[in-house]
Design a protein around this ligand. Sequence first.
Ligand code: CTP
Length: 433
Amino acid sequence: MVERGSSHAWTVRLCDVTDSNSARNIVLGVAGGIAAYKACHLVRNFKEHGDNVRVVPTESALNFVGAATFEALSGNPVSTSVFDAVESVQHVAVGQEADAVVIAPATADVIARLAAGRADDLLTATVLVATCPIIVAPAMHTEMWNNPATQDNVKTLRRRGITVMEPAHGRLTGKDTGAGRLPEPEQIADIVRTELAGFHINHSWSGLKVVISAGGTQEELDPVRYLGNRSSGRQGFALAEVAAHKGADVTIVAGNTTKLPVPSGATLRHIVSARDLETVMREESRDADIVIMAAAVADYRPANVADSKIKKGKMDDALAALQMVENPDVLKALVAARQKGDVPQKCVIVGFAAETGDADSSALEYAEEKFARKGCDLLMANEVGRGMIFSQENSEGWILQRYEKPLRVEQGSKHVVAAQILGVVEKMIELGN
Ligand code: CTP
């Protein structure tokens, strides 16, 4: 149900299961760029998660998407000017009531006006009033993004605590390709929800190289079959996304994953087997500041790979004769490489542990044993099984560090978990490990 007090007051309340205490007021600012249409998907995404959305476009955004579309999708009135609905003082009220302000797409012009502290339309006035998290998702041509004026303005916004996402690389309007695309709506929504959960993504990692393995390895059995696992790669990609928006130079070494958008600005390298993973991780870690092994690595591989497809009639014999050999432990190998000086001494190495408890020990106890065995600096332990964690949207568990009690990570999106892991890594770097 949509209640409207005055025609312009922001009084939407949804009267179904989404009308819980968790419904937040999100202001979605839309600037005038071709990517404005993607803001419609963002409205949908927020609404589907039960949040109230108030779209505040600039005048020029309405050249791309009409107010009626934003009103219909959000269920809230749309205005652009501080002189609309003056009786409800909305140039102040919209910002005061917001739990998050998101600007997507943000053009070079809007970024410049925000940096200058202008309040010449409802959107910029709202940003000046808001004390909640503010997330800016830029979209413009590469030249405009790289222009020193825009870069200075972006730095100013970041210095003031505004999260300016890195633009994606790819096809732009027209024939050109480069940095400046709006990240996908779900990527923006994930970052917004991370900030709403209380984890601010500061831009403090520029100049740091972060290498993250993600997804599952596949071990060949014959030309058409492999032994694999259920890892979706979501946690590794979420870590990469958060690290990239912190300004790091991010490389993802990806095995088999579900189809996931590449985090803005990250470099993607594909691997298949555990042995490929070891080769690429050793190579990429040579100059890394942070290495995260989020991949689910097969511990064993078939000793021999059949040259031709094993026929159904011969499968029993083939399986009876199947011998498995142990794969390298990549995480341990990287810790050893750091001891030898092949990975920088200052590099922080993070492992993951997927554990199930049993009659002998709890999942946490198994994770603590694993942490001691692997020699990494930090271990994110997840309890898995019974549909938990693997392929799921959410995760939970404990962060283990030497000389510290396990830090409980409550259930949250993989981005929220990623922000917590990287927050602990950031503290370790500040303290010189
Ligand atoms: N790992 C690795 N190389 C392997 C196996 C695991 O680098 N051959 C890494 C994973 O990426 C993860 C950590 O080690 O960061 C723990 O992985 P996990 O599968 O939980 O542990 P295992 O060492 O395989 O131990 P177990 O299967 O006995 O639980």
